[in-house]
Structure formats: structure tokens, C-alpha cells
Design a protein around this ligand. Structure first.
Ligand code: NDP
Ligand code: HSE
Length: 444
């Protein structure tokens, strides 16, 4: 008797893109063809690979006879379209055309999903086809499926994660070697972690796109890139990193999505990406190099942590292939994956409503009464002080200039709006020379 894989006609897979990720998807589809056919119940046949330049050199794992520069024609003859080309166009138009033509689609394109995911989700819903995107958030780490499916019976309160490998590598290098940001970014580029233009990573756009996708899934609410309050790592100095270490913290670029209920503060969803001090005892502090990790707090499940490689060809291709298998199984057995769920329609809270603890570092004149003036300014804005330190030496090494003292103030949780107003008021005080840095403290 023929196995299910032998009796079902092959499923045609079109691959859009053959770069870092696409090359590995093509390799795995070929090398693991037999296993995949058994898991799906039908062979997966790679029918074409769309690229910009079909004559360019390719990895030996890529069958050059499959290369085409006509992506539009390719999507017309596929059951499953895998988009790993990146960018907004032509990726969006090609995926929409594939969906209209009845193909299931799999994409790793977080930028497109964070900008215009709903257009794709609606089209897939109308056409009754699957859209999967596990690889779009944190590469190999299964996080989309757990949040979208495994936690569908729970109520997620908070998602807190390191979702950008490049910036985690840069901050980790700064902490372990004392190097400055520019030097660490150059090293990340030399090692192939950071792209030639690292803007999307260091300015937090990549993490913000991932935060928007996770927040949408976690809170059943449409969250787009524009809803995410974003701050990158460009302002982080070697001195900040040294000070963080002295106070038992590391600096991480965090993506945070939280649901706030209407008890006192405004109800809704707050989504933000920014550098933050994380206590060295927190599990996220030990996420080193280019690794990613995501913490999820749900009401019944409690705390969950997902950890692994957030980027790279083979790790990302693993997530893509998992989605291809899910979509392919539906083609063979019937059924459909989950649709976009936005029933909760929670309001998106402004950045100013985010509530967190802060560490403020400032240089002041070293004379009686100065600390009292600073404390008074904080109290006037309703910001409560948790601790004040007046170190004798700077975290970076050298002793402060004579007559000038460095103050390190840690606050209790305060709304961002109150903190900003406080910092502005403190900066105006006559004995305050400069506010050296203002960093949020998370995970305490
Ligand atoms: P690459 O730049 O390495 O590869 C892009 C591929 O798409 C290339 O093969 C390129 O063709 C092709 N391509 C680009 N534009 C077109 C076009 N207009 N028409 C036809 N082909 C086109 O990208 P990555 O593999 O790094 O990333 C792909 C996607 O995966 C992106 O959305 C990215 O955000 C996402 N992703 C990437 C991760 C990673 O670690 N790299 C991790 C997680 C997600 P050609 O080769 O001829 O230039
Ligand atoms: N540039 C991204 C990172 C790749 O550094 O994490 C994965 O999305």
C-alpha cells in the first residue's frame, strides 16, 4: 500500500529570495526532502527561486536551474510561497498575488508585517489560505506559535525580550571589553552580525517591528510599527556600561509590550523598545552575544522564557520550514491555521504613559544643600527616590573633576511624562552641571 506521501501529488513550493535565509531554506528543502514528505504526507517540490540577479554566484546547495528573475510568474504556479526577500515592495504585491491565486504564504519579513500585516492577514482570510510568519520574530526561537496558539487560552500580561541579536552583541562587547559603541558596531559588522548599514538594528527599528508583531498577537489588538515608542542604542556610552556594571546591572535593548488594566492608570497596551538597565540576577542579563530571549508573563501560565538564535541563515530557515510543514499539512489533510485576532481592540497607550524605574546620573557642584535641591525637584513632580549614590570615582575610571560630584539617583516606578518633566527641571537647577544619562531600569 502506498504511503500518504506517495499517494498525494507533490506540493509546489516557490521561494522568493535566495540570500542568507533563502539559501538555507533551499538547502533544507532538498536535503530533508524525504523526512519532510513523510511529515507532511506529500512531497514538497521546490519549483523556482526568485532573485534579483540570476547570474550572480550562489551557494553550491542551490540548484541554479531553479533561479528566475520573474518572481511574478513564479508565484502563479505554487501551492506555497515562501517570501525571504525582505523590504516592503515587491514583497507585499507578490504575497498578495500569491494569496489571490490560492497559495499559502510563509514570510520572515517583520518589516512588512509590522508596517502592513493587516492587509496580508485580511487577504489570506478572504481567500481562505494560511499565512505563517514564525521566522519574523527572533529567528529560530519558537515564539509566534506559542503566543498565538499555545497561550490562546490564557491572558498575556507582558512580553519582555531581547529580540535583536546585533545590538545585544554590541552591548555585550561593550560590557566585556570596555569598548565604545562605534568600535563594537564595527566588530559586529566584521563578524557579519551587523549589516553594512546597521541603522535598522542600532536605531531599534528591527526590534520595534518584532515588538509590534508580538504585541498584536499577545493582546489580540492591532499594533503597528508607528505604535511602538522606539529608542535605539546610539546614545549608550562606555561610561554608561561601566556604571551599569558598578550598580549590578547590564544594559540591554529591550522590547516590552504590556497590558495595563484600568486600575488607577489608563487602560490599554504599551509597546516600547529602548535600552534598559537589567539586574545581573535577571535571566535576560545572561543572554550573551547575538542570542535572543523572550520572557512572557501570562496570568495562568506564569513566567515563560524562550531562548535561542535570533538570526542567521540556518536558524531562521528552521523556523521557515516549520511554517512550510504546517501550511503543507493543511493542504494535504484540510484545515487552516489561525487568523489574525484583533477582537480586544485595546487602546495603544502613548509613550509618556509607560511606568518604569529610572537611574539618572548627573554632575553637580559639590557643596552643601545641592542634594536637597535635586530631591525637592523630584518630589515636586511626584517622582519618588529609591536610592542616591555619590560615588568617589566615575564608573568609567577617572575621578570626577574637583568641586564636582557625580550623583546617581534611582527612582521608584514613575510615569515617563513625570520623569521627563523632572529631568528638565533638575537640568535647570543652578548647581547642576549636566545630566549625564537617564536610563530605565527593567526586570527588577
Ligand atoms: P538577503 O539580503 O540576504 O537576501 C535577499 C534575497 O532576496 C536575495 O537573494 C535577493 O536577490 C532577493 N531579492 C531582493 N529583492 C528582490 C526583488 N525585488 N526581486 C527578486 N529577488 C529579490 O536577506 P536575508 O536572507 O538576510 O533576509 C530575508 C528576509 O528574512 C528579510 O525579511 C529579513 O528581515 C528576514 N530575516 C532575516 C534574518 C537573518 O538572520 N538574515 C533573520 C530573521 C528574519 P539577489 O540574491 O539576486 O540579490
Ligand atoms: N538584524 C536582525 C538581528 C536579524 O540582529 O537580530 C534578525 O531579525
Amino acid at each position: 500500500m502506498p504511503s500518504a506521501a506517495e499517494s498525494h501529488p507533490p506540493l509546489r513550493v516557490a521561494l522568493l529570495g535566495c540570500g542568507v535565509v533563502g539559501t538555507q531554506v533551499a538547502r533544507l528543502l532538498t536535503e530533508q526532502a524525504d523526512d519532510l514528505a513523510s511529515r507532511v504526507g506529500a512531497p514538497l517540490e521546490l519549483v523556482g527561486i526568485a532573485v534579483r540577479d540570476a547570474s550572480a554566484p550562489r551557494d553550491a546547495a542551490v540548484d541554479r536551474s531553479l533561479l528566475t528573475e520573474d518572481a511574478a510568474a513564479l508565484v502563479e504556479r505554487a501551492d506555497i510561497v515562501v517570501e525571504v526577500m525582505g523590504g516592503t515592495e515587491p514583497a507585499r504585491s507578490l504575497l498578495l498575488r500569491a494569496i489571490e491565486a490560492g497559495a499559502a504564504v510563509v514570510t520572515a519579513n517583520k518589516a512588512l508585517l509590522a508596517e502592513d500585516g493587516p492587509t496580508l492577514y485580511k487577504a489570506a482570510d478572504a481567500a481562505g489560505v494560511d499565512i505563517y510568519f514564525e521566522a519574523a520574530v527572533a529567528g529560530a526561537i519558537p515564539i509566534v506559535r506559542p503566543v498565538r496558539e499555545s497561550l490562546a487560552g490564557d491572558r498575556v500580561r507582558r512580553v519582555l525580550g531581547i529580540v535583536n541579536g546585533t545590538t545585544n552583541y554590541v552591548l555585550d562587547q561593550m560590557a566585556s571589553t570596555g569598548r565604545g559603541l562605534d568600535e563594537a558596531v564595527r566588530e559586529a559588522q566584521d563578524l557579519g552580525y551587523a549589516e553594512a548599514d546597521p541603522t535598522a538594528d542600532v536605531e531599534g527599528y528591527d526590534a520595534a517591528a518584532k515588538a509590534a508583531i508580538l504585541a498584536s498577537l499577545a493582546f489580540h489588538t492591532r499594533v503597528s510599527l508607528d505604535d511602538v515608542a522606539r529608542e535605539g542604542i546610539l546614545a549608550i556610552t562606555a561610561d554608561d556600561v561601566a556604571w551599569a556594571a558598578q550598580t549590578g546591572h547590564v544594559i540591554k535593548l529591550l522590547a516590552i509590550a504590556e497590558r495595563r488594566d484600568a486600575t488607577g492608570a489608563e487602560a490599554g497596551v504599551s509597546v516600547r523598545v529602548h535600552p534598559a538597565l537589567v539586574p545581573t540576577s535577571h535571566p535576560l542579563a545572561n543572554v550573551r552575544g547575538s542570542f535572543n530571549a523572550v520572557f512572557v508573563e501570562a496570568e495562568s501560565a506564569g513566567e515563560l522564557m524562550f531562548y535561542g538564535r535570533g538570526a542567521g541563515g540556518a536558524p531562521t530557515a528552521s523556523a521557515v520550514l516549520g511554517d512550510v510543514v504546517s501550511a503543507a499539512r493543511h493542504r494535504v489533510l484540510g484545515g487552516k491555521g489561525p487568523q489574525e485576532s484583533t477582537y480586544a481592540e485595546l487602546p495603544i497607550l502613548p509613550a509618556s504613559a509607560a511606568v518604569t524605574r529610572y537611574q539618572v546620573r548627573l554632575d553637580v557642584e559639590d557643596r552643601p544643600g545641592v542634594l536637597a535641591q535635586v530631591a525637592h525637584a523630584l518630589a515636586e513632580h511626584g517622582v519618588s527616590i529609591e536610592a542616591v549614590r555619590q560615588p568617589t570615582a566615575r564608573g568609567g575610571a577617572d575621578v570626577a573633576e574637583p568641586g564636582v560630584a557625580e550623583l546617581l539617583i534611582t527612582t521608584h516606578a514613575a510615569p515617563e511624562s513625570a520623569l521627563s518633566a523632572t529631568v528638565a527641571a533638575v537640568a535647570e537647577l543652578e548647581p547642576v552641571r549636566t545630566i549625564t544619562s537617564v536610563l530605565r531600569v527593567e526586570g527588577a
